[in-house]
Write a protein of this length. Structure first.
Lengths: 443, 311
């Protein structure tokens, strides 16, 4: 079992790297990109208009990519683009042009699964880094070695790789290893699931996944006595009859039981950051290009602080409870530690009816702060009104709670609530805030 | 004018099955062990493979061995000795998905033919040619491709293509023990944890009450299988015209007698086409021979051959 509540023995492998790992965050659009980077991501990954696996996300145009890259540069951060479909014949035309456009937009790396995209990138844009996608489900060091020899500087491992297996891979191959450390997980080997194709005619390996693994199923045992056809029976016409007579399906559940599902709890390694660093993971990847700004900022901020704290003083590192609390405020599902310590078991799947989403709402974004009056200008992101308790937080340890006092609109007129999306409101805050700080409230 | 005959390939779970499949008309059998291979109808040791190869080679048939599971660090050291053993046993080709297997085979048995099978991720001719440039001589096409994609691949391929024409397909593969986990969650752990393919387990989704999706566990995790069986017999001539090199009949989760009957039918169709492509006509009686033995709870379908998929 690998559920968070259980105490985990600290991984005691040798530390292979002394430099800081990269914190890599998802950015579903330009705004999310800016928040992810402002809150501490060293790199973000995004999707373009083609070849990505999130056909429902509002993916980046080349123009938006350029703007994102410009923004990232100011922070010394990088932008990667996911081009991780498994291409069909019809997708092949246009890969070269698309990759050239990515390179010209200033993208630092693509994340590719299909070897033809890897190979085309090497040929057409040799200066664009190629990272092998988790969709390849790479979990052994010789496969990693193969991709290194193919010229790849980085492999994103399959989510099935344990800490021990990662250590083994790092021991044998001098290459950057990226691992998912937080977020939703395929419960299948990535790429090895076509449930969507079968249930809804949507191609999962080209971005059409409809998450059938999270649906509910009934499990039965076929108790037909005669499922084996002998050659003699096959020669006669007794076979069909036997099939029909014997048909019985025995349910392997009682009426009050939860249904069968493949749906997994979400990955969370906030309590285990030192283990990941010690074992040599070079890039800590957070899942969730479809997740909200509030989610991305909160999760990035927590891991940023944990990584910085451990790297600054590994011997006296202490996990701060508020990092875990913060993560829980943004979490959509129960959490676990995936395959890092053990193969997931019955405590790692979500059989119970799913709880409502994250317990907190993103209520407002701080646009400006007047130090003389203590008034903040806040852009409304969810309804809030005087008398409600809210939390302000920003990059690093910026955090305080207060009750919303008198609210004013832009013209200084008093209002009874911030009702309208993106409406600018002003009110007095208890501590200094700044642009990019966020305000959340309990649902 | 006579046409080149495509190969008829069938996975076999034992020496007896392999022999009976070859007698029924299979040109090649696919065998192996769960430790290295994936979703085989049964396990064949090196010694079994030696016996199968002897019989096969005496009957102008071939033996391929599946090493296409997802390879862990632990298995790496065993790959080269295993492949060497396969060569000594007389195997004609090895199926691989992981580049580690490709490398191991090239070291241990440089003459061994290599078939690239990455299951649902072998989806275009250019990637197949990429693996061809690395040493593969055949691609096993994903079952999720349609007829146009398959026939469109052939003229662009520098290597052979193998296509599944009949039987069940895998639709989900996890390393997790999902059935055992579910039973444990209910507080009814399964004695001895026998959740293998002989157990007859299946799933039903709420809105698809007529569809039964077989599910089983083995050393490689949990496998969920299609609720229907592909049968492209009616349009087999399109694949033969296109020049597909190998037709696979999947025998997994089927009684041997059923598979034998299916092999005989496809054998007739292939031979009839090869003898005279112009006069070839699909025979309804062929379908009848399959329908007689078809599990009435499993539809015979065209799989993805004529399905429009979106994303």
């Amino acid at each position: 079992m690998s559920t968070l509540e259980h105490h985990k023995p600290k991984y005691t492998g040798k530390r292979y790297r002394l430099d800081k790992p990269e914190l890599l965050a998802p950015a579903g659009n330009l705004e999310k990109l800016k928040f992810a980077i402002h809150y501490g991501a060293d790199a973000v990954y995004i999707g373009g208009q083609k070849y990505g696996l999130r056909s429902n996300a509002d993916n980046f145009s080349f123009e938006e990519m350029r703007e994102g890259v410009e923004f990232a540069k100011k922070y010394g951060a990088k932008v990667f683009v996911a081009t991780n479909i498994y291409a069909h014949n019809e997708d092949l035309e246009g890969i070269e042009e698309y990759l050239r456009n990515l390179y010209e937009a200033g993208i630092s790396a693509i994340i590719a699964a299909d070897p033809i995209i890897v190979d085309t990138a090497k040929r057409v844009v040799p200066n664009l880094e190629v990272h092998l996608s988790t969709q390849q489900s790479t979990i052994n060091w010789q496969a990693v070695q193969y991709w290194k020899e193919e010229g790849l500087p980085r492999v994103v491992l399959g989510r099935e790789a344990s800490l021990e297996e990662i250590a083994e891979i790092k021991k044998h191959v001098d290459i950057e290893i990226e691992a998912f450390i937080h977020g939703a997980m395929c419960s299948s080997y990535s790429g090895r699931c076509v449930l969507s194709n079968h249930f809804t005619d949507r191609d999962s390996n080209r971005g059409g996944c409809c998450q059938s693994c999270r649906w509910k199923y009934d499990l039965f045992e076929d108790a037909r006595e005669q499922t084996w056809i002998s050659e003699e029976e096959a020669a006669e016409d007794r076979v069909l009859q036997q099939f029909q007579l014997g048909t019985t399906q025995v349910p392997l559940f009682a009426e009050e039981d939860n249904a069968f599902t493949m749906g997994s709890k979400d990955l969370c390694m906030i309590q285990n950051v030192p283990d990941l660093i010690d074992v040599g993971v070079d890039s800590f990847k957070i899942e969730g290009r479809m997740k909200s700004i509030h989610y991305v900022a909160t999760v990035v901020n927590a891991y940023r602080r944990a990584i910085d704290a451990y790297m600054a003083d590994p011997d006296n590192y202490v996990l701060k409870p508020e990092w875990v609390e913060e993560i829980n405020k943004a979490a959509n599902r129960p959490l676990n530690t995936g395959f890092f310590y053990d193969t997931p078991d019955h405590e790692d799947h979500i059989y119970e009816p799913e709880e409502k989403a994250a317990p907190y709402d993103f209520a407002g974004l701080v646009m400006a702060y007047d130090a003389e009056t203590g008034m903040a200008t806040v852009q409304q992101r969810n309804h809030f009104k005087p008398g409600q308790e809210v939390e302000f937080f920003g990059p690093g340890d910026t955090f305080f709670k207060q009750v919303v006092g008198t609210l004013y609109d832009e013209d200084g007129s008093e209002i009874d609530a911030a009702r309208h999306p993106l409406q600018l409101v002003k009110f007095k805050v208890d501590q200094p805030v700044q642009y990019f700080d966020m305000m959340r409230k309990k649902k | 004018m006579k046409a080149d005959k495509p190969e008829l390939l069938v996975p076999a779970g034992s020496v007896e099955e392999a022999v009976s499949f070859i007698k029924a008309g299979a040109d090649a059998v696919l065998v192996g062990e769960d430790k290295y291979g994936m979703r085989l109808p049964g396990e064949c040791s090196l010694d079994d493979i030696r016996r199968i190869a002897e019989f096969a080679h005496a009957h102008q048939a071939k033996v391929y061995v599946s090493i296409n599971n997802l390879v862990s660090n632990e298995l790496l050291a065993e790959l080269e000795p295993y492949i060497q053993g396969l060569q000594e046993a007389g195997a004609d080709a090895v199926q691989f998905g992981d580049p580690a297997v490709l490398r191991a085979a090239q070291k241990a048995a440089p003459e061994m033919a290599l078939h690239w099978n990455a299951e649902m991720t072998s989806t275009n001719y250019a990637t197949a040619n990429y693996w061809g440039s690395k040493g593969a001589s055949r691609v096993v096409a994903a079952r999720e491709l349609n007829m146009d994609e398959i026939t469109g691949m052939i003229p662009n391929l520098q290597i052979e293509a193998e296509v599944q024409v009949h039987g069940i397909t895998n639709i989900y593969h996890s390393k997790r023990a999902l059935v055992a986990s579910y039973m444990n969650h209910q507080g009814r752990p399964v004695e001895g944890n026998n959740l293998g393919k002989d157990r007859g387990l299946f799933l039903i989704e709420a809105e698809r009450q007529d569809e039964k999706y077989p599910i089983y566990e083995d050393a490689n995790g949990t496998h969920i299988m299609s609720s229907d069986d592909i049968c492209i017999l009616e349009d087999l001539h399109l694949l033969m015209e296109a020049g597909v090199h190998s037709f696979k009949i999947e025998s997994l989760l089927k009684p041997t007698a059923y598979t034998i009957a299916v092999i005989k039918v496809y054998r007739q169709a292939i031979d009839a086409y090869a003898a005279d492509p112009e006069c070839y006509a699909f025979q309804e009686s062929w379908m009848e021979q399959i329908r007689r033995l078809q599990d009435p709870e499993r539809e015979l379908s065209f799989g993805f051959y004529y399905k429009e998929q979106v994303y």
